[in-house]
Design a protein around this ligand. Structure first.
Ligand SMILES: *Cc1c(COP(=O)(O)O)cnc(C)c1O
Length: 402
């Protein structure tokens, strides 16, 4: 077991010793002046890269006017943002929070309150899926159900039943008198960039309709254009009743939101939920600026073009070096490279080529370029990935022949 170190921060993160002092678009620059191509986007957060002029201007402009008023007062920026989100989604109602976990926590509470309002308080269980990640609060941890995250934190919050993703029998037998909802990420991000087939999302919608359950999508990572649609569930042509978003919507400013239909949100009445910071004017100013750009008519076709390029480039690398990497996973610019070698070794080797990528479960390297990445930068990124994998292949080959 590790022991606490002398440094003043909690030892919860094992940090890479790179210090970035500036970011510009898809690039991060260290204190030593080294330039890294950022294919992490702050874990799918910097959807528009670093220091996007429109976002910088929006934040600076708002900083000069008003930072925070709490939710005691009317906040026209919030109302306007909610109107924009509902005009482009299934939702009628929006609650703003500061993070993904809070957005999902709100989704869980919304589902439970719905049944409470229906005089069925015994319906509180939510079915979730193996490999899921929904956040690090006690309830979202219980929803994610990962042993390594729950260990040592006392009794697990009750009311979550976990089943394998593609197992219809397990799903049907998990549904009982106490079931309130089914919650799923259309693509598991942390879990290994595992795409849930559209047929399964449609099946879940059908089951929820038949059994009178609520369907919750966790689009904290997959939403806001990351997969080439505004929300990943649009690829399946089905809508949830409740959805959590965060990460990309703030473009780097902490912002999350829970979206729901009017019916699903019917239990969330005055006093039932709250937040001090959620939806504050700074967050709203940046959120509007992000939407200004992502909702431009040609924006998502750019994402899809870049995604196509990335997928083709990575597939060619997989074909050439099948003993290092085995497949390309994901959708849009939420991409995974499934590895034969340990993913951590590949990520570290990529860093030597000045390209940043993120780990994911199931031995996957997550590749999350900013959505507005330029074609040249995508070319350069693929070139660096190819060079890295080729170098690893050569090293492995030499080792084997010794
Ligand atoms: C990141 C993530 C969360 C948690 O978001 P935080 O902002 O870290 O609380 C929840 N769900 C999914 C799918 C995520 O990717």
């Amino acid at each position: 077991m590790n022991i606490p170190t002398a440094q003043p921060l909690y030892d919860t993160f094992t940090r890479i010793s790179l210090r970035f002092k500036q970011g510009r678009g898809a690039w991060l620059i260290t204190d030593k002046g080294d330039r890294y191509l950022d294919f992490t986007s702050g874990i799918a957060v910097n959807a528009l890269g670093h220091a996007h002029p429109h976002l910088v201007e929006a934040l600076k402009d708002q900083a000069d006017r008003l930072w925070h008023v709490s939710n005691l007062f009317d906040n026209p920026l919030q109302t306007k943002m909610a109107e924009r989100l509902r005009s482009v989604s299934f939702a009628d109602k929006v609650f703003f929070a500061n993070s993904g976990a809070e957005a999902i926590e709100c989704a869980i509470k919304t589902a439970r309150r719905y049944y409470y309002m229906n005089n069925q308080p015994e319906c509180f269980r939510i079915i979730t899926f193996q490999g899921a990640f929904h956040g690090r609060t006690l309830a979202t941890l219980a929803a994610g159900g990962q042993k390594k995250h729950l260990e040592g934190f006392g009794p697990k919050v009750q009311g979550f039943t976990q089943i394998p993703v593609a197992d219809a029998t397990a799903l049907l037998s998990a549904i009982n008198q106490e079931t309130a909802a089914i919650m799923i990420e259309p693509i598991q991000g942390e879990g290994g960039v595992r795409l849930v087939p559209v047929e399964i999302l449609r099946f879940l919608r059908r089951i929820c309709n038949e059994k009178g359950l609520l369907l919750i999508f966790d689009e904290v990572q997959s939403g806001i254009g990351r997969t080439g649609k505004l929300f990943a569930h649009e690829w399946a042509g089905v809508s949830p009743d409740i959805m959590g978003i965060a990460k990309g919507i703030g473009g780097g400013f902490p912002l999350g939101a829970c979206l729901a239909t009017k019916d699903a949100a019917k239990g969330m009445l005055p006093g039932s939920h709250g937040t001090t910071f959620g939806g504050n004017p700074l967050a709203m100013a940046v959120g509007h600026a992000v939407l200004d750009i992502i909702l431009e008519p040609e924006f998502l076709s750019h994402v899809n073009r870049m995604a196509q390029m990335l997928k083709q480039g990575l597939s060619a690398i997989v074909d050439q070096y099948p003993h290092i990497v085995s497949s390309v996973e994901g959708l849009g610019l939420l991409t995974g490279l499934k590895c034969i070698m340990p993913n951590t070794e590949i990520i570290s080797a990529l860093r030597d080529e000045k390209l940043l990528a993120v780990e994911a479960g199931a031995n996957v390297v997550r590749i999350l370029p900013p959505l507005n990445i330029l074609e040249d930068e995508m070319c350069e990124g693929l070139h660096r990935i190819e060079k890295t994998i080729a170098r690893l292949a050569k090293k492995k080959c030499m080792k084997n022949s010794v």
